[in-house]
Design a protein around this ligand. Sequence first.
Ligand code: HEM
Ligand code: HEM
Length: 166
Amino acid sequence: MSMQAKPHGFITRGIHWVSAAMIGYGYLKGLDSVSQLSTPGLLQFEVIFALALGALFVARLVWTKAVAGVTRLPEDAPKWEQVASKAVHLGLYAGVFGIVLSGLGIALAYVTPALGGVFMGAMIGLHEVALTALPALLVAHVAGALWHKVVRRDQVLESMTGRLPV
Ligand code: HEM
Ligand code: HEM
């Protein structure tokens, strides 16, 4: 039998599932247009939400890199799995930071008309590119998790969920 993954810790798992829930919420809520930002309180809420999500992802990066360890993929996993997993994780970080930073860019453009329509247009374009890329990366991420569960049976999925009934 090949090597088995050891579990991620409580804090890494907590950050993972809170950030997943926040992203799910962000997509459900979404916005249709810039003009909605005139709704009282909405711009403030969006900015706080984006800062919280961005801070959570920075915290996870620092916590896993400096303390808890970034991945539980076993060392003897095939090279292509190491590469694919690294690439998708990098993409997930890029997608989330892209959404957060472009969202903050939209907010900045909205309160600073002097920045002009080109800046606003660029930030909206970036927001939409990142919002389109992230779900595709998440499909790959979940497919990878199921691959480890069903084919590799190396406890990589369980490292983030805890013990499963099956
Ligand atoms: C919005 C939803 C999600 C986001 C943004 C997300 C993002 C991430 C990120 C950034 C990592 C850390 C990679 C690293 O730095 O090493 C990770 C790890 C992980 N995620 Fe997710 N994830 C989401 C949903 C899910 C779901 C639904 C599953 C299970 C089906 C899952 C299973 C895992 C597992 C097993 C790991 C550990 C991988 C490893 O140790 O190498 N994630 N996720
Ligand atoms: C400062 C923070 C943010 C601001 C000011 C902001 C603003 C906007 C605006 C103005 C739109 C409409 C764009 C258009 O005209 O097509 C939009 C779309 C959207 N935003 Fe944000 N956003 C922010 C952060 C976020 C975050 C953190 C998420 C998290 C997932 C998110 C998710 C979405 C979604 C799902 C849409 C719908 C995209 C579409 O249907 O094409 N936003 N946002």
